[in-house]
Design a protein around this ligand. Structure first.
Ligand code: ADP
Length: 438
């Protein structure tokens, strides 16, 4: 699976496309050069040199060389010569065909060898054997080989430079991915001062601007929550003075809801600080069992699966209870009438303790998954009486899990419904030793 996605990523990568373009260019260039050589340069150069060889053979024959001179010529120029005449015959190489064989075309004309017959003034015949074509062919092959090596060298060097040049694109891609995963401390290194450098600077500025905006939003929420506490207290006092009737009960319920909302907002902020948690090593299975118990008789019900039976982690048990209660609450709220029971499973992995809450409800649209942990975010913005809530539950869960150094992820199940997966890296051995801390 990992192999396939890596292969797919490599196929889609801009760098592999660049390499493919370069290799394509290399092949086209080679085909062009080979065709030019085969159709123009090779035939022209061969026919010119062959003509020169023929003319030279005639000139040599006119000087009527004897065996001694012929051997010298063979040594200097690599030309084999045979002479056949009334006064006798000789040859510089025993492998040369006879004049008769060449004349009757019985001599085997291996590729690259040319035979020229020239009549001598004394009545004899000279046979000259040149290997011009063979030599030219080998020289051209060598040239094409060298050309191939040189072009490959140029293409690979160009690819390396392009890859270096486009490095900021890769790091921008990583930065955007990290940012969309919610990391706001992304600062990309500035490696060039060209357009890609300007893009990197603009990206870094955008990240810090987004960080400022989010900080301003959180600060506003915090300030408003603080400011609302005093008027709320005054309202509660004033309400206590009203006669007991339906109106007072309704107002009290609303004030209570506002109070809960405000204390959750303040709690969210408190979790940002290192003092927000009180962690200790404990078995998380009984905690999960205790939270699941009240849900067991409701619809659609809950199954608890813990493997192994005891799982120790360094957690704030109260906060963990809040997270599990919120997630189970949501799993029930967003279940459908025919939903299967919710599965609450706990397991140990090399990454830490993994708690999974899997429901068979309506699921969450992929496009909304990134926003679902934002405060006050609700898939259905109109609060219905059935689901209640005001969109703070999941942001609280996320803040608590992150304060534990863990992560919370959502995925839609293959069939129906959604799964919330918590990974808490701070797991402990049963005998008390801490195995791993994130
Ligand atoms: P709320 O109090 O509105 O439930 P939460 O922060 O807990 O607030 O959830 C935010 C929104 O996420 C909910 O309004 C709901 O639309 C969606 N949601 C949460 N859990 C689930 C789930 N298990 N299945 C489908 N949607 C869910």
């Amino acid at each position: 699976m990992i192999k396939t996605s890596r292969k797919r990523r490599w196929r889609l990568s801009i760098f592999s496309k660049l390499l493919a373009i370069m290799l394509g260019t290399l092949v086209i260039l080679l085909v062009i050069v080979t065709v030019i050589f085969a159709l123009v340069i090779f035939p022209t150069s061969v026919s010119t040199t062959e003509y020169a060889a023929r003319r030279y053979s005639q000139l040599l024959a006119a000087t009527q060389p004897d065996l001694e001179v012929a051997n010298k010529i063979h040594k200097d120029l690599g030309i084999d010569i045979r002479y056949e005449g009334a006064t006798g015959s000789w040859t510089t190489s025993e492998t040369l065909p006879t004049v008769e064989q060449v004349r009757n075309r019985h001599a085997h004309l291996s590729f690259g060898h040319q035979y020229h017959l020239v009549s001598a003034a004394n009545g004899g015949t000279y046979l000259f054997a040149w290997d011009v074509r063979d030599k030219m062919h080998r020289a051209h092959q060598k040239f094409l080989g060298m050309l191939l090596l040189m072009i490959a060298g140029v293409v690979l060097t160009a690819y390396w430079f392009q890859k270096r040049l486009l490095r900021p694109v890769q790091s921008l891609g990583d930065g955007v991915a990290r940012m969309s995963a919610g990391q706001l401390d992304v600062v990309l290194p500035l490696v060039s001062h060209d357009e890609l450098g300007a893009l990197t600077t603009a990206f870094n500025q955008m990240v810090s601007r987004v960080k400022e905006m989010i900080h301003a939003r959180d600060q506003l929420l915090l300030d408003v929550s603080h400011e609302l506490r005093s008027p709320l207290t005054r309202m509660k006092v004033a309400l206590a003075l009203l006669p007991e009737d339906d109106n007072r009960a309704n107002l009290e319920a609303d004030v209570k809801e506002m109070e809960t909302m405000i204390s959750e907002l303040l709690e969210l902020e408190r979790l940002r600080t290192p003092h927000g948690l009180c962690k200790q090593k404990q078995d998380v299975v009984p905690i999960a069992r205790e939270i699941a118990e009240p849900f067991e008789n409701g619809m659609p019900g809950v199954h608890l699966i813990a493997r192994p039976e005891k799982i120790f982690a360094n957690v704030d048990d109260e906060k963990l209870r809040t997270v599990l209660r919120n997630l189970l609450d949501n799993a029930f709220k967003y279940s459908l009438p025919d939903s299967e029971p919710v599965i609450l499973s706990l397991s140990e992995t090399p990454d830490g303790v993994v708690i999974r809450v899997q429901d068979d409800g309506q699921g969450i649209p992929e496009a909304q998954m990134a926003s679902i942990f934002e405060p006050f975010f609700r898939l259905d913005p109109s609060r219905s009486k059935k689901t209640g809530g005001y969109g703070l539950g999941l942001s609280m869960c996320k803040r608590i899990v992150e304060a534990h150094g863990g992560t919370i992820q959502i995925e839609n199940n293959p069939g129906r419904g959604a799964s919330f997966i918590l990974t808490i890296g701070d797991k402990c051995e049963a005998d008390g030793g801490k195995l791993q801390a994130s």
